[in-house]
Design a protein around this ligand. Structure first.
Ligand SMILES: [Zn+2]
Length: 249
């Protein structure tokens, strides 16, 4: 079976209230977390998972009162150039979900085909008012280089699986990637390591904490258990310590 490495490409950081990440926990705690595009290195074609969003662009979409701010790390071009890649050279983008911090550069990938779950696309194109701050249809509307998928898709490419993991959004997908150290799984839903470490006060009741942003917290919980069960290497998609990591494994 083919083996790959995963390269995290940080594009920006997000400053938020931590409770937006940890359901009913850490309220009033200011928190910074990175926002990545991921390069699956070792494939015959150039495959990214998500495209991140540049800070200035993201901030330009937010009202001054909105309590979220993006902080620049590097441009999408520079992030790709660090791996010898160009925007024009991207063949595929696997979209974990439709939140704006994951699709901000996708329309710029002019030669790429992107994969998204059907339920997620529907939500992105006509978001419920409750989701309108994070689901921005203009970031992908008119994008016709799109392949919609439904449910688990084993071996989308050899050794690369789409793992249906709804709850944070209606059609979130995690991405499983074969590596020499087993199956690395990019969570798909927005989370940090804390989400998988039981919080002291709820430890007797449940082992994982869903994101504070969700369309169904119980489904989000079940998806976390599913993803953690599959992964040899679990990658919580916004984990701050990943800023120190150049390659997985
Ligand atoms: Zn996110």
């Amino acid at each position: 079976m083919k083996e790959y490495t995963l390269i995290p490409l940080p594009i920006s950081k997000i400053s938020i209230d931590k409770s937006m990440m940890t359901y009913r926990r850490n309220m009033g705690e200011r928190f910074e977390m990175p926002c990545f595009a991921w390069y699956i290195k070792g494939a015959d074609q150039t495959i990214l998972v998500d495209t991140g969003i540049e800070a200035d662009f993201a901030n330009s979409m937010l009202s001054p009162e909105y309590p979220v701010r993006f902080i620049p790390v590097q441009s999408f071009e520079d992030a790709l150039a660090s791996q010898g890649l160009t925007i024009e050279g991207i063949d595929y983008v696997i979209q974990t979900h439709g939140a704006y911090d994951h699709i901000g550069n996708t329309k710029r990938c002019c030669n790429a085909t992107s994969f998204m779950q059907e339920d997620e696309w529907r939500c992105l194109m006509a978001p419920h008012p409750l989701l309108k701050e994070i689901y921005r249809p203009e970031l992908m509307s008119g994008w016709n280089r799109l392949k919609l998928v439904k449910g688990d898709v084993p071996n989308l490419f050899p050794g690369i699986d789409l793992i249906f993991a709804p709850g944070h959004g209606p059609g979130v997908q995690a991405v499983g990637v074969n590596t020499k150290k087993g199956k690395a799984v990019i969570s798909g839903f927005c989370c940090i390591q804390d989400n998988f470490s039981p919080h002291e006060e709820v430890k007797p009741y449940y082992p994982v904490t869903p994101s504070g942003i969700h369309t169904n917290p119980i489904q989000a919980f079940e998806s976390m258990v599913k993803v953690a069960g599959i992964a040899d290497i679990l990658i919580p998609q916004h984990e701050p310590s990943l800023l120190e990591v150049n390659s997985i494994p």
